[in-house]
Design a protein around this ligand. Structure first.
Ligand code: AMP
Ligand code: MG
Length: 330
């Protein structure tokens, strides 16, 4: 008898509807996503949720097909239960509940932030890193201690990716903004002082965004992009450095959508070499929001019996990662 289990994961916290399939051996067999891109401005939660509802069936069929599996081969269905945008989370949860009812298999709620950490641990093989998780909606420095992922620093207002994407839109650049700002920054020559806000172990990006946007008409775009990135990444690097000194972890893992930034990778690799720590970056195809990371984390939770009855499978838009017990790390 084949004892390998296959878990299907649904991601729908924000702009991405994703479906991925992970095996109990730690292979991601497929990872299909469909991204909602607003015609103008930031993410409109209702429009994003409508996008997810309309793409769900094709995304799930695609993931099953690519994995060479049928729904009857799936042992459990995992879904992102938070944090995220309410309408988007509810759409993903509805899809996951339906699959679990049809398949008559367990339903596993997964914390989205923890999934970004677990996929990084799986992909890099680094067991116990300090984690720098940076994306469109989250900026968190975290490490495992005493049964949970603890927060050693986070943003007090908007996320790093949100700050940079909003500024990029201000310059008229299309989504995703961060890689375009990085290209501009490569041409930058002059550093323009901007608000660098670190409070204890936390960072704040809203003042930085306001100031950079205000200067957009007056200053050279490349200089401004260079300065914004240097300040924004410098803030993350500062708190990550103190966190690695304090926790004495011997490795750092960079994960989340903005982990693809070469400039941020460089800043954090300097921190690591100063502290004799190994530096790892999640692979680019697993950096942004995806269903594969939900499937894999769902498997880790399933092993611990962390399933939920459909009747009480609520989503939680404000679900913090440090509320979650992670018994698979014990
Ligand atoms: P996520 O919310 O995890 O899917 O990540 C989305 C964020 O990743 C957005 O802020 C994007 O601008 C950013 N992003 C997308 N592509 C890249 C890239 N190549 N380098 C750096 N950041 C990126
Ligand atoms: Mg994310």
């Amino acid at each position: 008898m084949n004892s390998v289990q296959y878990i299907l994961g649904i991601e729908s916290t924000a702009h991405t509807f994703g479906c991925g399939i992970a095996s109990s051996e730690g292979r991601i067999l497929s990872n299909i996503k469909s991204e909602y891109v607003p015609t103008s401005g930031g993410i409109h939660p209702r429009e994003a949720s409508q996008h997810h509802a309309s793409k769900a069936a094709a995304t799930i069929s695609g993931a099953l097909e690519e994995a060479g599996l049928r729904l009857s081969d799936i042992a459990a269905v995992a879904f992102s239960a938070g944090p995220g945008l309410g309408p988007c989370l509810r759409t993903g949860a509805t899809v996951a509940r339906t699959l679990s009812l049809v398949r008559k298999c367990p339903l596993v709620p997964v914390n989205h932030c923890i999934a970004h950490i677990e996929i990084g641990r799986l992909a890099t093989g680094e067991d116990d890193p300090l984690v720098v998780y940076v994306s469109g909606g989250n900026t968190i420095i975290s490490a495992y201690a005493g049964g949970k992922y603890r927060v050693f620093g986070e943003t007090l207002d908007i996320a790093l990716g949100n700050c940079l994407d909003t500024f990029a839109r201000h310059l008229g650049l299309s989504h995703p903004g961060v890689p375009k700002l990085e290209q501009l920054a490569d041409e930058g020559r002059r550093f323009i002082p901007l608000p660098y806000v670190v409070k204890g172990q936390d960072v704040s990006y809203s003042g930085l965004l306001t100031m950079a946007s205000r200067l957009a008409g007056e200053c050279d775009r490349s200089d401004l992009s260079l300065s914004l990135l240097e300040v924004a990444y410098g803030m993350v690097a500062e708190v990550a450095e103190r966190a690695i000194a304090h926790t004495e972890k011997s490795a750092l893992l960079l994960t989340g959508g903005v982990a693809r930034s070469k400039r941020l990778q460089r800043a954090l690799s300097f921190v690591c070499s100063d502290h004799s720590a190994r530096f790892h970056v999640v692979p680019p195809d697993l950096a942004g929001d995806n269903g594969g990371m939900i499937a894999w984390t769902g498997y880790l939770a399933l092993k611990e019996g962390l399933t939920v009855p459909v009747e009480s499978s609520y989503v939680n838009p404000n679900w913090r990662l440090d509320e979650v017990e992670v018994p698979w790390r014990r």
